[in-house]
Design a protein around this ligand. Structure first.
Ligand SMILES: [Fe+2]
Ligand SMILES: [Fe+2]
Length: 305
């Protein structure tokens, strides 16, 4: 009988994630003294499996968010915050197809046609998603093109930079970890999250195209599934690198979105106003309350329509 697969990856300092094919996941602290006897002190070399690979990937996201879970800002969603989040969504999706194709080209050069084909397919799937965000902004009465041309929310910049950097690396496998992190968190969004945003929007206005497609209602859940399957099929070195980057991206994302969530309604209004050079077509919701307790990842998923 074949032994069930166990995978492990060291992600930070002395913390490794260990995952079994059965779905069990745990964090392991390497103890220097017993290194010779610690089977997880070496790099894994075996084949992956879907069950263990998803454990590593999601474990990396959980670990990346763990540090910020306590301090995370938790404002109630408002229309102004939603407009800012849509601008962020535009910027995190506008260069995605081009970046993925660039990484795919590199894998062709490296003689890895299966990785290139996967990235090409992802590039096709992501094409036009920036347009969804623009349409939503327009639906809210905002001059979408001018707004995104003049404004990148501060917390979104490091994320965009990370993806740009990953896709031009000599061995750009890390871009898969970044994409997984973003899509996995988007796929946490449920129908009720979309309905909540719809309820904030003026009557008869559909400004949730991007949100719907980047939630459990849209294609995001399928993208996540495809990625898990693909990563599980990769050689161990690639899986290690993808999981490590999923962790790094989760850290950057947690910090960036928290930065955005900490902004007051007035600050966001001012940023939007500066970018478009005129008053906003809608009033801020000044009754917005704060203090609800939900998980950091749910908060994040709401911040990134
Ligand atoms: Fe997308
Ligand atoms: Fe996607």
């Amino acid at each position: 009988m074949e032994r069930p697969v166990t995978e492990w990856v060291n992600v930070t300092g002395d913390i490794s994630i260990i995952a079994r094919e059965s779905g069990e996941v745990w964090f392991h602290t390497l103890s220097g003294a017993k290194e010779d006897m610690d089977p997880f002190a070496t790099l894994m070399t075996g084949a992956g499996s879907k069950g263990s690979t998803v454990g590593l990937l999601d474990g990396a996201i959980n670990l990346g968010f763990a540090g910020i879970e306590q301090s995370l800002a938790r404002p109630e969603p408002t229309l102004v915050g939603y407009a800012v989040a849509l601008v962020g969504a535009y910027h995190t999706s506008v260069d995605t197809p081009r970046n993925l194709r660039r990484a795919a080209g590199r894998f062709v050069e490296l003689g890895r046609p299966e990785v290139a084909a996967y990235l090409e397919e992802r590039a096709r799937e992501e094409t036009g998603h920036d347009r969804l965000a623009l349409k939503d902004l327009r639906a809210l009465g905002l001059p979408a093109e001018r707004l995104v041309a003049n404004y990148i929310p501060e917390g979104i910049k490091p994320l965009c930079k990370r993806f740009d950097d990953l896709c031009v690396e000599d061995y750009p496998i890390g871009c898969i970890g970044y994409s997984y992190c973003l899509e996995r968190i988007a796929a946490l969004k449920q129908k009720t999250d979309v309905e909540k945003v719809q309820a904030m929007c003026p009557d008869g206005i559909d400004a949730t195209r991007f949100l719907r497609s980047h939630s459990s209602l849209g294609s995001e859940a399928a993208h996540v599934e495809e990625t898990i399957e693909f990563v599980a099929s990769l050689p161990a070195n690639d899986r290690i690198r993808v999981v490590q980057e999923t962790y790094e991206s989760a850290l950057i994302m947690a910090e960036g979105y928290n930065h955005e969530l900490l902004k007051s309604e007035a600050e966001m209004l001012e940023e939007l106003h500066q970018a478009i050079g005129e008053a906003l077509p809608f009033r801020p919701d000044l009754s917005a309350s704060r203090g609800e307790t939900r998980s950091a990842r749910t908060e994040m998923s709401e911040m990134m329509p």
